[in-house]
Design a protein. Structure first.
Length: 189
């Protein structure tokens, strides 16, 4: 019996978990990159609204209830993350498209201080605010529904404040995020 348990333990250790492999690699890139996996949550399967609060890089208070009645795109990022930098222009393009058209964008900076987030916004032309989430409060609020396990991660929150979709990792195809946003904006009920 002990041999069976040991063999099972050894086999379990051989399974491939790409996020765990990145962590164990010790390559010092300072983030766990997602693989771009898209998860859509059907309307009937969505849980309750996810409440969160925070303070933006400019010191403004943010509360999830401010976004009820519209779609919210939450992007978890930080300035030193290469995929975050790569996707920033596409996110800003989509932000411009949806401003006044049913969706708002809000960044969630998971590592930087406010000055760094402001500098990033200036460098990349980002016009939407970011919550400074160095204490992990927004990440923790979302983790009960769909964990933002990697940086970057982008969540699409529906008009009732429920998670509708997640892109785990860089939004490499902005058209996919655009489709997720537009279909969530078009939802009724």
């Amino acid at each position: 019996m002990a041999v069976s348990v040991l063999a099972l333990g050894l086999l379990a250790g051989c399974t491939s978990d790409p996020l765990a492999a990145q962590y164990r690699s010790g390559d010092s890139k300072q983030y766990i990159a997602g693989d771009g996996t898209v998860t859509e949550i059907p309307l009937a399967d969505r849980t309750a609204a996810v409440p969160f609060t925070g303070t933006t890089e400019t010191g403004a208070s943010v509360d999830s209830t401010q976004y009820l009645g519209q779609v919210l795109v939450l992007n978890f990022w930080y300035a030193g993350c290469a995929p975050c930098r790569a996707e920033a222009p596409a996110l800003e393009t989509l932000n411009a498209k949806y401003t006044g058209n049913g969706a708002s964008f809000l960044g969630v900076n998971v590592r930087d201080q406010a000055a760094t987030a402001v500098a990033f916004g200036t460098s990349f032309g980002i016009t939407y605010p970011s919550v400074i989430d160095t204490d992990g409060a927004v990440q923790l609020a979302m983790s009960g529904v769909v964990a933002p396990n990697a940086v970057p991660t982008t969540l699409v929150i529906d008009k009732q404040g429920r998670v509708a979709a997640r892109i785990l990792g860089q939004a490499t195809a902005p058209s996919i995020l655009d489709t997720l946003i537009s279909s969530t904006v078009a939802e009724t009920g």
